[in-house]
Design a protein around this ligand. Sequence first.
Ligand SMILES: [Zn+2]
Length: 55
Amino acid sequence: MASATCALCGRQAESEDVPLTWATSMENGRQLLYCDVCARENVRGIEGKLDSVYW
Ligand SMILES: [Zn+2]
């Protein structure tokens, strides 16, 4: 298994397991990973799909 890599910044997890602080998102049948930093910055965007009026 390749180590977990952030889909946004390319940062790699230190272990093969996805850290608990990382976020996962299923898009088009593929699982995307976001590191803790990107997850925090993009949590609105991810959840924003449910409430795009907010922006
Ligand atoms: Zn990242």
